[in-house]
Design a protein around this ligand. Sequence first.
Ligand code: UTP
Length: 287
Amino acid sequence: MNVRKAVIPTAGLGTRFLPATKAIPKALLPVLDTPVIHLAVEEAVVAGIDHVIMVVSPNQEAISAYFDASSDVARMLERQGKSALLERVSDLTKKVTITYAQQREPLGNGHAVLVAKKEVGDEPFAVLLPDDVIRGGDSTIGRMIDIYRETGGPVIGVAETPEETIPQKGVVAPTRQDGRVYEISGLVEKPSIEEAPSNLAVVGRYVLPPETFSALERTRPGAGGEIWLADGIAALLKTHRGTAYRFSGELFDTGVPAGMLKASLREALERDDISDEIRAFIRDLAP
Ligand code: UTP
């Protein structure tokens, strides 16, 4: 079955990015000048997704305002023939339907996905956690959708992670490898380095069968009292054939200031209009 829908949870508190996130949703913080939510929707559209379900908290009207092509600012700039970025936003919204599901309390990223159950219905879907920004390489979620078409089971994006970070990550247990694609038998949350079944850590890209919702409904709150998507998928892997995909691009964790700064610098160095200025600045800063 084709994968047409993507769920993008944005309703978390973003405590690791305070104080900025006190008043601004984390998903609207920019990599250089483009909000991470824009990058996630763009990635979904490139992969052929035609309906994005955004999971928002009750006070996140700013996110729907961002995608509102008929806002006053958009109309004014259109009249003045200005702003390439706003054009990019309206271009994007022409290619995809965006609807909103409300998560009243931040009960975890698994709970956020569950909130989108009605909108997704009985079909497979992609999940993109917008903090994990992937630049360059093949379309990660697009390649994962191709794999789902072959397997019909959960497909999880993974990246090799340095050994010392393993105890903070979800790690997959591979049983067979074919290039970037691994058959997996399970998923272990935050293992010790000795117990870790591999160094392949889960990143925020998934393509999942509709049975994920019933697995999440059975999932009890885990660490921090939250319902974790990884726990729901771990349960699903007991009955479904799972696959991990080691994507080819570069990963930035923009949910923390250092990751966001690195992503912005990478982007700036690729922009013709400012790359020389930024390169010179970095050289002066750290000769
Ligand atoms: P994170 O755990 O990275 O986000 O969730 P967070 O909880 O907002 O961040 P910290 O730990 O407090 O700094 C990954 C994605 O899942 C969403 C977040 O908004 C983020 O996009 N999320 C998380 C929800 O939508 N709801 C939740 O209850 C938790």
